[in-house]
Design a binder for this molecule. Sequence first.
Ligand SMILES: Nc1ncnc2c1ncn2[C@@H]1O[C@H](COP(=O)(O)OP(=O)(O)O)[C@@H](O)[C@H]1O
Ligand SMILES: [Mg+2]
Length: 238
Amino acid sequence: MKKNQAMKIQNLVKSFGSGDNKITVIDGACFTLNKGEFVALVAPSGAGKTTLLMMLGCVLEPTSGRIEIGEEVVYDNKWLVKDDRALRRKKIGFIFQAHYLIPFLNIEDNITLLPYENGEKEEVVKPRVKEIMDYLDMSDKLKSMPSELSGGQNQRIAIARALANNPDIILADEPTAALDKERAISVVKMLKKITREQNVTIIMVTHDDRLFPYCDKVLTIKDKKIDIMVLGENDENV
Ligand SMILES: Nc1ncnc2c1ncn2[C@@H]1O[C@H](COP(=O)(O)OP(=O)(O)O)[C@@H](O)[C@H]1O
Ligand SMILES: [Mg+2]
């Protein structure tokens, strides 16, 4: 069973500040996600979605609790990995609401920046990027600049960049918020296809309940804890 586990969270707590100014945003979150699942995270503004995502991505240190990524315990009341930056570069990809492509680098350089920084060799990175770009139907855009592409195309490039590292988990914070409905659905379909074909687990923060039918699970933050709703198989939407 455990082989299928993408991440397991136990009693995760996050507070900010101290004394009278202390606020607890997440207070005992528990859930398990499997490989290849497409998961929505929905909650009102200020409920702690970004905070949770950043802890799952090993970017923000929790106050307490336990995080397993794959089968590795990465946090148990303290970081247990020697190099959390290396962990998140290798296992976790990020997609944000704004695509954050670097405007003065072309698409290819934007996508390959991180793999090269991780010390990967050109002969490994190039074919992988070609495969991803073919897959996203964007191979003719490698030499374009971000300013030459539409919002939807740039968001697809942001997906390509998240995939370029071969991550096990992709964390997407409102990746469709800046897109119109049609483009939002096309990006979400693409994300779902990626979970199925690449066995990547994707957690997507969204406010748009029209996107739920594409998801396997919906996480919500209730009373500072996580509620999990399993939507079951709905592969007809792929
Ligand atoms: N670095 C921080 N210091 C203090 N409070 C923070 C910090 N980051 C987030 N918060 C607070 O945590 C709560 C949740 O924020 P956030 O995770 O951004 O919510 P969401 O993404 O759901 O809108 C908010 O009340 C916010 O003010
Ligand atoms: Mg947020």
